[in-house]
Structure formats: structure tokens, C-alpha cells
Design a protein around this ligand. Structure first.
Ligand code: UDX
Length: 437
């Protein structure tokens, strides 16, 4: 099939490369010239393990190309995927600006019967509205299908090729047949449903995963009060197949470009439908509280952090990505800086030049630079490189080994034996020990 993908972000690029890999001819369109120039050379604008080799492979097989021109990009397409961002707007609503702009760009370039696939995460009812617009303005028959993505950053290719299900939202038999033909080579179960159900499956799935995380974080906070161990509690819970062990790791709260956006988005969808989604409001509030917990724990040990050197290990919202959108580290760094701390942050791949980084921190190239003579260290992202550190390293490098571990990377007993003040999430509260210096 000839497929065009509008938008080459985390979703559009991975989807385009994946569709080319299973044999389709794919043209990816983006308005960003620099991004397209690099993609033509096989350079990915996003950090996604394995993506660049697949880009180069499919370019060489002439199944994948890139352009900034909508006309050129969709001229030969019989299926156009809309994969543009639908971020959170200024007051929490779903910002459809890019989506609407892209829809208007393509409607005038459609030159034959076309299927438009909504890959972006969009409010319930968007498929129907776009179908109506296309019926009114397109010169040829256009059928709009919903096909939400479930890709996790850092493992998007495995989620694409080994996903649990492909959701297809349409009532048009021909369009359903085409989507089945496009997706059959993935060999993943396909669920055919209504457009509205497909749109809601996406939001509900992300909101449920966020709910699991906020729930286990609250259980972790209870563990600290009662002296239980969250890793043992989570393990015991997760063996129940009805609960499942995934997304049951307590930490410093969820971040990223999706959970925060999609939980707020679902809240808006409910509100506009006249429903107060109380549970989801609490999930969001709990997460916001959890993102502050590391600083709270730190301040139970240090009377003041004004003028103190604080090391932040990990800035990306999770390992194996360079994405810092809504990363807990950003809120933590802001809080520390507001209280006068000197923040030295380390992350294996987040670029120092990332404009979303706060100005008043020092991004260092090596973990030792962050820890050297630090008064305290906060573990925020569980990168392998950080998890490999030994308790002795902290003792050797830090002025005063106070550690607050937001991702439970280390063994509390090892830390206590070395006289390190160590706090983590949900592991029986403060490990009391004298800081031997
Ligand atoms: C998520 C969904 O998983 C994916 O299906 C959807 O398409 C996009 O949003 P992503 O945001 O890339 O993917 O990251 P994910 O791996 O889901 O983690 C989200 C956040 O939850 C991260 O901040 C992570 O640290 C946190 N998390 C995850 C936990 O705190 N505990 C867990 O057990 C799992």
C-alpha cells in the first residue's frame, strides 16, 4: 500500500518505519525542514533504540522517504495517517491546533478515494467531526478511521511489532478491510470497534495505567508509615493475574508526554460530557504529590539546602529516552533551586542543550562530577548506569552521603552498613544511621 504519515514525532516516525518494514511504501511528512533533512540521511530526531538502522534499511529498499511538502507527500497515498501532537493546552485542555492545521492542509491535496487514519490521541468524537469536514470539503471519497497507538518511548519498536492489540475504529466495511490488509503482516490481534470506542480505549488505557502507578505510590507511602516493604507488597500483589506485576513499581511519580496529558485529557472529555471523574482527579493529584516526595524526604534530614550542592541522578522521565517532558526531575530541580540549592544534574543522554532544561542548574557529563563533594544526592531516573553505582561510591565522592532514592535502585541495608543516610520509596521508612564522617 502507499501510505503517508503526517507528523514524524515519537509516534509518526515509529509508525512510518514499522509500516515500511512490513512492506508498505511510506512517505513521512513534517513541516520541520531540519528534521526532514536529517531523516533523509537516516538521522533520527528522537532517541529510540534501533530506529536509525530501520530508517536506513527502508530508505535503501526505497520503501521509506521523507518530505516537507504535503502535496508531494500525499500525491500517491491511498491511506494517510495523522500522527501529529495533541498536547495539553494552557488550562489543561487538549490542544488540537496541529491536528486541525494538518487536516486542513491535506483536505485540499486529496486526489482520489482516500482513507485517513487518526493515529494521534484525540478527544472522543474527533473521528466523526473530521469525517463531516471531509464529506463537505474533499473532492473525493474520504473515510476516516481511528487507530490509536500504544507505544512506550524507549521500547516503541517492540511495542509496535509485538503489541497486544491493534484497535481499529470504523463502521465502513471497505475501510476496515483496508486496515486489516495494512496491519495483517504485524500478526497482532485486531479489534474492530466504533470510532468513539477506539478513541476512548486510548485514553482509558493510559488513565488506568496511571491509576495503577498512583495507587502503588500511595501504598508505598503507607509502607513507610507501617514499616512494610513496597517491593515485597508489589511482588505479592502482582502475582495475582487480575492485578499483574507491570506498572506496579513505586517511585517518584509518572511523567512523560502521555500520562500527564492523557489523564488531563480524559478529565476534560468527562467534564464536557457532564461527568465529574473524581477517581481520575485523585490519580492526578496523587501523582503531583508524589513528584514532590523526594524533596520532602530530603528536608526531613537537612534543615536547609540553601547553598548546598545537591546531585540529581537522572533527568529523563524514565530510562532509555531523552524525553524530559513532564519529567519528575524538572519539578524536583525547580523546588531545590527555589530553596537556594546548587543543583548538579547528570543524565546519560539528555542533551545539555535541551531548551526545556531549567537554566539555573549544571548539567554534568559524569556521575562523579555530580556526586563530588555533594551534600546530598537524589536518584530520580533508574538508568542502568546509575543502578550500577556501589554504596562505596557515594561514600567516597560525596561530602556528606545523604541519599534519597526515588526509584528504589539500591539496597537500604548496604547503605546503612556504610553509615550512609538513605531514604527510598516505601521500604519501611527512614533507615536510621549516624552519618560517620
Ligand atoms: C505511555 C504508555 O505506556 C503507552 O502505552 C502510551 O502509548 C504512551 O504513554 P510512555 O509515556 O512512553 O508510554 O512511558 P511508560 O513506560 O508507560 O512510563 C510512563 C511513566 O510511568 C514514566 O514516568 C515511568 O517512570 C512511570 N512508571 C511506569 C512508574 O512510575 N512505575 C511503573 O511501574 C511504570
Amino acid at each position: 500500500m502507499n501510505i503517508s504519515i503526517v507528523g514524524t514525532g515519537y509516534v509518526g516516525l515509529v509508525t512510518g518505519v514499522g509500516l515500511a518494514e512490513i512492506g508498505h511504501h511510506v512517505t513521512c511528512i513534517d513541516i520541520n525542514e531540519e528534521k526532514i533533512r536529517k531523516l533523509k540521511k537516516g538521522i533520527s530526531p528522537i532517541y529510540e533504540p534501533g530506529i536509525e538502522s530501520l530508517i536506513l534499511k527502508n530508505i535503501s529498499k526505497e520503501r521509506l522517504d521523507f518530505t516537507t511538502s504535503f502535496d508531494e507527500g500525499i500525491r500517491f497515498a491511498d491511506t494517510i495517517y495523522l500522527a501529529v501532537g495533541t498536547p495539553t493546552g494552557i488550562d489543561g485542555e487538549i490542544d488540537m491546533t496541529s491536528f486541525d492545521k494538518a487536516s486542513n492542509e491535506i483536505v485540499d491535496s486529496i486526489n482520489g478515494p482516500t482513507i485517513i487514519v487518526i493515529k494521534s490521541t484525540v478527544p472522543v468524537g474527533t473521528n466523526n467531526s473530521l469525517q463531516k469536514m471531509m464529506n463537505e470539503r474533499a473532492q473525493h471519497k474520504v473515510t476516516v478511521v481511528s487507530n490509536p497507538e500504544f507505544l512506550r518511548e524507549g521500547r516503541a519498536l517492540s511495542d509496535l511489532f509485538e503489541g497486544d492489540r491493534i484497535i481499529i475504529g470504523s463502521e465502513d466495511k471497505e475501510a476496515i478491510k483496508t486496515m486489516e490488509r495494512i496491519n495483517t503482516p504485524f500478526d497482532i490481534p485486531m479489534v474492530i470497534t466504533s470510532p468513539k470506542s477506539a478513541e476512548l480505549i486510548k485514553y482509558a488505557s493510559n488513565a488506568f495505567l496511571a491509576t495503577k502507578i498512583s495507587f502503588i505510590n500511595e501504598i508505598a507511602n503507607l509502607c513507610d508509615l507501617v514499616g512494610a516493604d513496597i517491593q515485597e507488597v508489589s511482588f505479592g500483589m502482582g502475582l495475582d493475574k487480575r492485578i499483574g506485576s507491570q506498572f506496579l513499581q513505586a517511585g517518584t511519580g509518572y511523567g512523560g508526554s502521555c500520562f500527564p496529558k492523557d489523564t488531563l485529557g480524559l478529565l476534560q472529555i468527562a467534564k464536557e460530557s457532564g461527568m465529574k471523574f473524581q477517581l481520575l482527579q485523585e490519580v492526578i493529584k496523587t501523582n503531583s504529590k508524589q513528584q514532590k516526595i523526594l524533596v520532602k524526604k530530603l528536608l526531613t534530614k537537612m534543615d536547609t539546602i540553601n547553598g548546598k550542592k545537591i546531585a540529581i541522578l537522572g533527568v529523563a522521565f524514565k530510562p532509555n529516552t531523552d524525553d524530559i517532558r513532564e519529567a519528575p526531575a524538572l519539578r524536583i530541580i525547580e523546588e531545590l533551586s527555589n530553596q537556594g540549592a546548587l543543583v548538579y544534574a547528570y543524565d546519560p543522554i539528555v542533551e545539555k542543550s535541551n531548551k526545556a532544561l531549567p537554566q539555573n542548574i549544571r548539567m554534568v557529563d559524569m556521575i562523579e562530577e555530580a556526586l563530588n563533594q555533594a551534600d546530598a544526592a537524589l536518584i530520580v531516573t533508574e538508568w542502568e548506569e546509575i543502578k550500577k553505582l556501589k554504596a562505596e561510591d557515594f561514600k567516597k565522592w560525596m561530602k556528606c552521603p545523604i541519599i534519597v532514592d526515588g526509584r528504589n535502585c539500591f539496597d537500604p541495608n548496604e547503605m546503612v552498613q556504610l553509615g550512609i543516610y538513605y531514604q527510598s520509596i516505601g521500604r519501611g521508612g527512614e533507615k536510621k544511621s549516624l552519618v560517620l564522617k
